[in-house]
Design a protein around this ligand. Structure first.
Ligand SMILES: [Zn+2]
Ligand SMILES: [Zn+2]
Length: 354
């Protein structure tokens, strides 16, 4: 298994923002690893940044939000079998460092740095995975939906850190895939008074379908009077756009003792009105990874059927040869939900041999 001579199709990053479908070697599988045949792999905002901003290393294969079926076992793997349906959870914390001891293993100081440059990901027919990180996908949950586990875990984490309750009035700025998942998780937790601010019309429509109480365009959000809340303030804000101007305006919308959660990353840094943070006693936090329990709550939530997955996943799956185009459409806001890649090529592309 995994001999270097065996080949598979993958979407390979060539450099200069360009991807191409190529035959590459099957991943090499160590004694404690498994080989997983990919069913679906979601396109993450990270993938967009890595390709469109030319950060990825030429020759790398991206894609980390995958679900699949075990196709081969390393010599020491005893508790998994070929055919098991799995997703791959996070690296465990060391248990000894200060973040681990305070219940935050996702920011363990011993965590290996994210190796975006040498990444060998799941926009491919197979990936290698460490057996002790696997989670079993419930029989009732399609693998295509299970591929949402990682982004759902991220959304759950942002909601957990915010301390939001059903009594809160919530604003989400940015209705991309992450904003939509946070909206869906809030809804599933009984938090219904949620307004979504989003410039793209298709994404505002989608936000209403996923459960927003109201949608607005960013210009609808008022500037705040000095030292006082706006007329209709929010107690919790999830900033999911990553745009500096949206961050600044979102911070203006908070009520006394409100909580601001940074979720969307971006090139340009927002200016934070510290006087406002002081006078209104605001809390500003960042959310990036997962709750201490990791991904199992996300798998459970997906399996429960409580999330509107048909609204959260784009209806048209992306083929390997269609990935480059999909990245541009996602960046332009033209795809209002999570795009799922199937590791196949379209009939047209395979007919021309590309
Ligand atoms: Zn991701
Ligand atoms: Zn640790």
């Amino acid at each position: 298994m995994g001999e270097g001579t065996e080949q598979m199709l993958a979407a390979v990053y060539l450099g200069d923002g360009v991807l191409a479908v190529q035959e590459v070697d099957l991943p090499t599988v160590g004694a404690q690893d498994v080989l997983v045949e990919i069913s679906h792999c979601g396109v993450c905002g990270t993938d967009l940044h890595l390709v469109l901003e030319h950060i990825a290393r030429p020759g790398s294969v991206l894609g980390h939000e995958w679900a699949g079926t075990i196709a081969g076992l390393g010599a020491d793997v005893t508790d998994w079998a070929v055919g098991d349906r799995v997703v791959c959870g996070p690296v465990r914390g060391c248990g000894a460092c200060r973040p681990c001891r305070s219940g935050r293993p996702s920011v363990c100081v011993q965590r290996p740095p994210v190796d975006h440059l040498g990444f060998r990901g799941a926009f491919a027919r197979y990936v290698r995975a460490e057996a002790d990180r696997l989670l079993r996908v419930p029989d009732t949950l399609p693998l295509r939906v299970a591929a949402l586990t990682e982004p759902v875990a991220i959304a759950i984490h942002a909601v957990t850190l915010s301390g939001v309750t059903p009594a809160d009035r919530v604003l989400i700025t940015g209705a991309g895939p992450v904003g939509m998942l946070i909206l869906a998780v809030l809804h599933a937790q009984g938090v219904h008074d949620v307004v979504v601010s989003e410039p793209a019309a298709a994404r505002r429509v989608r936000a209403l379908e996923v459960g927003a109480a109201a949608v607005v365009v960013p210009d609808d959000l008022p500037a705040a009077p000095m030292g006082r809340p706006v007329a209709e303030p929010f107690s919790v804000v999830f900033e999911c756009s990553g745009h500096a101007s949206a961050c600044e305006r979102a911070l203006d919308q908070l009520d006394f003792a409100g909580t601001f959660v940074f979720v969307g990353t971006g090139h340009h840094q927002p200016r934070v009105n510290h006087n406002r943070v002081i006078i209104l006693e605001l809390t500003l936090i960042g959310a990036y990874n997962y709750d201490p329990a990791g991904w199992q709550p996300a798998l459970d939530l997906l399996a429960s059927g409580a999330l509107p997955v048909d609204r959260l996943i784009h209806a048209d799956d992306v083929t390997l040869d269609g990935l480059g185009d999909a990245l541009h459409r996602l960046a332009a806001g033209e795809i209002p939900a999570k795009a799922m890649v199937r590791p196949v090529v379209s009939p047209a592309a395979s007919a021309t041999g590309s």
